[in-house]
Design a protein around this ligand. Structure first.
Ligand code: WT7
Length: 633
């Protein structure tokens, strides 16, 4: 197993070694895995192209490390512990032996459907064990998985399928989420009706058993394809730098991009970070509440925990069903030791009242984590007191889809915690701050743009089908640095506090969205001439979505018009992108070169118009007053 630091001295020592001799440090970690062929060179890199390669020439299969490697020692230990949406239903568990068999059978079914190494397979599924099984099956045969969060619309799904020309979609019939029943297969059918010619097969998992239409020749039932397969499936030999998966995420411009992670480095870093951040010990039960449709689920429900031989909980439901005590009821019932969730969930549960958490025994908890957005002080204290209860420190983990794994975080019981601070970098991670000109911001008690100056094993390698976009987005702002898009503070003791995005990316309930993406969706409404979207502080969601809209013809019924906008956005992206506020305006404040002054719109949306700065140079200063007067508070 990879190194697990146990004390502050060990952390400091590991950190020093990882900086002084990164290749030696990571080679040592990589040696703890099963390689079909050892690598020739530990690292080859430049941030200019960019071109980063770890464990060059090595051959491996990540699933041998997630599964086969554990069979001798922990074959009968539970690998995946499934908690269904309906609390009255029994848990389902897969031991490592059972998971291995299920993955091999599914892998054989993929092969029987013509899936080969390098093919892209799209997933559109709820949080059921079959999702993890099929993801691993993909990796077993060397196919590249692209998991799309099942809350995205048919249009968004189609865009992603087309961008990476997937050959197969794996989905469910329906999804039970809280009290809702969602027609998953129907969304897939709608997506495939939008020119997704690359799709040859749809593999449908029967989840709820509801009626679905099956298209002859294209659609196949999981149970018919998988159950009869052999449980023996040799793992494909993958190069360290072969693609493991694509995961779409939003940026400040254009359509979401497919972040690409590769096999070797991702494996090494997710296991290493999992073991250290959560201080997982044999026998512990670990639960991350994320969805596998996001990077958190990839790295810290599936790969990290399974690589480390952990018992990982998969939860199908939502935090507020049947009531706001569900998380804590499950922690109590399953004797969860490490719990990992998002600030938006914490804030939502905090608002429902303490009685939902107070009544549960949370004494098994040893570590509680937070991820996805800045956690505000009030939520941090509530989480600390009500859930951590003095025996489970908070790890406020900062990272990104692009980083593959946790980058900056406290280590529980090892480094101290401070509200709202992600604290110190993981071993192997070299963060720095720069100013807008790219000059290094040195010393402590300073603020700047957060960059990373040296490669780490699980960093993104490219954006699918468009390497130039990867270069421009992450490596062109500052020479020889990976730019995160976040601003950060470094306190007097060198701890980092993440302030938030400095680009046009907003974070709504932990969901990352590009303002341009939401604008493009709104603009699809036939009566919208132009729109501008900004984030504003929202008590539960962290950020809410505020849209300014210029209309063509007058609208007789504004509320009805707003509903139409919401429907358009839901259709184009999904319900998560629905604006919270829509203000109809006659113009948008613009510079003389025609650029929308988002700074002003952000201030108005945040009800902070005290200091708008100089607006006299605007093309249309008069609209500012109109925008302020019409602001929705
Ligand atoms: C953005 C990345 C990493 C998994 C989930 C989100 C924000 C993430 C924190 C944190 C403050 C955070 C950043 C980052 N973020 N974690 N602990 N404190 N901000 O992944 O969807 O790629 O979003 O989320 O702004 O850039 P993602």
């Amino acid at each position: 197993m990879t190194l697990q630091v146990k004390s502050l001295a060990e952390y400091k020592d590991a950190y020093q070694r990882s900086v002084n001799d990164p290749e030696g440090f990571w080679a040592e970690q990589a040696e703890t895995f099963h390689w079909q062929k050892k690598w020739d060179k530990t690292l080859d890199w430049n941030f200019k192209d960019p071109d980063v390669k770890w464990f060059v020439g090595g051959k491996l299969n990540i699933t041998e490390n997630c599964l086969d490697r554990h069979l001798a020692d922990r074959g009968d230990q539970v690998a995946i512990l499934f908690e269904p949406n309906d609390p009255s239903q029994a848990n389902i568990s897969y031991t490592y032996k059972e998971l291995h068999a299920a993955v091999c059978k599914t892998a054989n079914a993929l092969k029987a459907s013509g899936i080969q190494k390098g093919d892209r397979v799209c997933f559109y599924m709820p949080m059921v064990p079959e999702l993890a099984i099929a993801v691993l099956a993909c990796a077993r045969v060397g196919a590249i998985h692209s998991v799309v969060f099942a809350g995205f619309s048919a249009q968004a799904l189609a865009d992603r399928i087309k961008d990476s020309t997937c050959k197969m979609v794996i989905c469910s019939d329906y999804n039970n989420r809280g009290a809702k029943n969602i027609p998953v297969k129907k969304v897939v059918d709608d997506a495939l009706a939008m020119d997704c010619d690359s799709i040859k097969t749809v593999l449908v998992h029967r989840n709820t058993g509801g009626e679905v239409e099956m298209e002859a020749g294209r659609d196949k039932w999981w149970h018919e394809e998988v159950d009869a397969q052999s449980a023996d499936c040799p793992a494909e030999a993958m190069d360290s730098e072969d693609m493991l998966f694509i995961l779409y995420t939003s940026g400040s411009t254009g359509k979401p991009k497919g972040v690409v992670h590769t096999c070797g480095g991702y494996m090494v870093y997710t296991c290493f970070s999992f073991r250290n951040v959560f201080q997982y010990q044999d026998g512990d039960v670990y639960w991350c509440t994320a969805d596998i449709g996001w990077i958190t689920g990839h790295s810290y429900i599936v790969y990290g925990p399974l690589l480390a031989g952990a018992t990982t909980v998969m939860f199908e439901g939502v935090p507020t069903y049947p009531d706001a005590g569900r998380f804590w009821e499950v922690c109590d019932k399953l004797k969860v030791n490490q719990f990992y969730t998002a600030p938006t969930a914490i804030r939502a549960l905090m608002a429902k009242g303490d009685e939902f958490v107070d009544k549960y025994d949370l004494s098994t908890l040893k570590v509680i984590g937070s991820v996805g957005e800045p956690i505000n002080e009030e939520a941090w204290h509530w989480y600390d007191e009500k859930v951590g209860r003095g025996h489970a420190p908070i790890v406020d983990t900062w990272w990104q889809t692009e980083t593959g794994g946790i980058m900056i975080t406290p280590l529980p019981g090892i480094t101290d915690t401070k509200p709202c601070f992600a604290s110190y970098p993981m071993p192997g991670i070299q963060p720095i701050l720069v100013d807008s000109q790219g000059a290094l911001v040195e010393g402590n008690d300073v603020e700047g743009l957060l960059c990373v100056k040296f490669p780490w094993p699980s960093m993104l390698r490219t954006t699918y089908g468009d390497h130039e976009r990867c270069r421009i987005t992450y490596f062109s702002s500052f020479e020889n640095l990976y730019f995160t898009g976040d601003g950060a503070r470094r306190d007097a003791d060198g701890r980092y506090r993440i302030i938030g995005r400095v680009d046009d990316v907003i974070n709504v309930s932990g969901h990352r969205m590009g303002t341009a993406e939401v604008e493009n969706a709104i603009d699809e409404h036939p009566n919208v001439v132009e729109s501008a979207v900004v984030g504003y502080p929202h008590d539960i969601k962290g950020q809410g979505i505020y849209a300014y809209v210029i209309i063509g013809d007058p609208v007789p019924d504004e509320d009805a018009f707003r509903k139409e906008i919401l429907a358009v956005v839901t259709k184009e992206i999904g319900p998560i992108a629905k604006p919270d506020k829509i203000q109809i305006v006659s113009g948008l404040p613009k510079t003389r070169s025609g650029k929308i002054m988002r700074r002003i719109l952000r201030k108005v949306a945040s009800s902070d118009t005290s200091n708008l700065g100089d607006i006299s140079t605007l093309l249309n200063p008069e609209v500012v007053e109109e925008v302020i007067n019409g602001a929705l508070v």
